[in-house]
Design a protein around this ligand. Structure first.
Ligand SMILES: [Zn+2]
Length: 361
């Protein structure tokens, strides 16, 4: 039996493996884990990441290629330039592992992701986010043979990016509220067993928040494992509402309003604080987790002015309708500018904004 995921036929066996990819983790585990990868193998990476990989691990690679783009043509060029290999290892961030997925997909060889930071979940997700004529398209369906999580390597990435990984876990807090109430407004059925698994991931994140803030191995490994669990929940639910709701819609609306791209977990963190406040859903818990994780979610840090924030939040109900987002607190009632001003004078009075840009002379 097969089903379509992003237009790709996926067998039940492949889907089952995607739900539960093996993860091997431990400080300094990379060299020992690479010794178990079928040889000869190619490594895709970036120069600054490769410099952080110890010699004992580097020497195992039969071929090393540096990748720099997710354009469809660049993916094809990467694949064509590689010699015949038995496996492909991607050591890096989202762009690197998506290149490695592409090679694995085209050649039907095993794929081993090695995240060099835990800022995004590309190392556990199954589709390839490629760019075609400046628009993102999702291709393929690739399951890691083994995910290799070495916190010694991950800790060489800037702490700001690793901490921001928590944004896509904290989003569970507001997403579950939206999903549950959305079901009563004609949205996707609320699945309590899946929601409970999702809530447990959030509880564990809460417990480990200080370790995440200090980028300790336990905290970094938790984020990696939690991303894999969230991926499995999304496969089981058939949509991303166990993890994605109005906090993401506000993040996207802020991107559209400002024309900027933000550190994803930071702007999602801002979204969780704001939307939990609108939901009346324990915003103090979201604030406390972000504080202990040392994520700077303040609009000032993201370069968002007060005026841009007011515009994006008051336009959020129409943004959600226009982008066909599932029902969320943004659909519950209009959020006119005077309501936003009331929030900024009350429960959101501690928001700090970027100064308005001076008018050009
Ligand atoms: Zn996200």
């Amino acid at each position: 039996m097969t089903e379509l995921v992003h237009g790709v036929e996926v067998s039940r066996e492949l889907r089952e493996r995607a739900r539960n990819p093996p993860i091997r983790s431990g400080a300094g585990c990379l060299a020992a884990e690479l010794a178990r990868v079928p040889e000869p193998f190619a490594v895709l990476t970036q120069p600054e990441v490769w410099r952080s990989v110890p010699e004992a691990a580097r020497s195992r690679a039969a071929h090393v290629a540096f990748v720099h783009s997710l354009d469809r043509d660049a993916l094809d060029a990467t694949e064509r330039a590689l010699p015949r290999v038995a496996a492909v290892v991607g050591i890096g961030g989202g762009m690197v592992v998506d290149n490695a997925k592409w090679v694995a997909w085209r050649r039907a060889i095993p794929y081993f992701p090695v995240p060099s930071s835990v800022s995004v979940d590309a190392f556990v997700s199954n589709t390839i986010a490629a760019r075609e004529a400046s628009r993102v398209v999702y291709l393929g369906f690739v399951v890691p043979e083994v995910v290799i999580v070495d916190p010694t390597l991950i800790a060489t990435a800037p702490a700001r990016f690793n901490r921001a990984g928590v944004g896509d876990l904290l989003s569970i807090h507001t997403a579950l509220w939206d999903w549950e109430r959305g079901a009563a407004h004609g949205g996707a059925a609320f699945l309590p067993a899946i929601a409970a698994r999702s809530a447990r991931i959030l509880d564990r994140t809460d417990e480990l928040a200080s370790a995440i803030g200090r980028t300790e191995p336990e905290g970094l490994i938790h984020i990696a494992e939690a991303f894999a669990e969230v991926n499995s929940l999304i496969i089981d639910a058939g949509h991303s509402q166990p993890e994605e709701g109005s906090e993401h819609y506000l993040a996207y609306a802020l991107e559209e309003e400002t024309g900027k791209s933000f550190v994803h977990g930071e702007v999602v963190g801002l979204g969780v604080v704001v939307m939990a406040t609108l939901q009346g859903n324990r915003p103090e818990r979201a604030r406390s987790i972000l504080a202990r994780c040392q994520v700077d979610w303040q609009p000032r840090n993201l370069g968002i002015t007060r005026a841009a924030f007011v515009r994006a939040l008051s336009a959020l109900p129409s943004f959600a309708v226009r982008t066909r987002a599932p029902w969320s607190v943004a659909n519950q009632a209009p959020i006119p500018a005077d309501v936003v001003e009331e929030l900024l004078g009350g429960p959101l009075a501690d928001l700090e904004f970027a100064p308005p840009r001076a008018h050009p002379a």
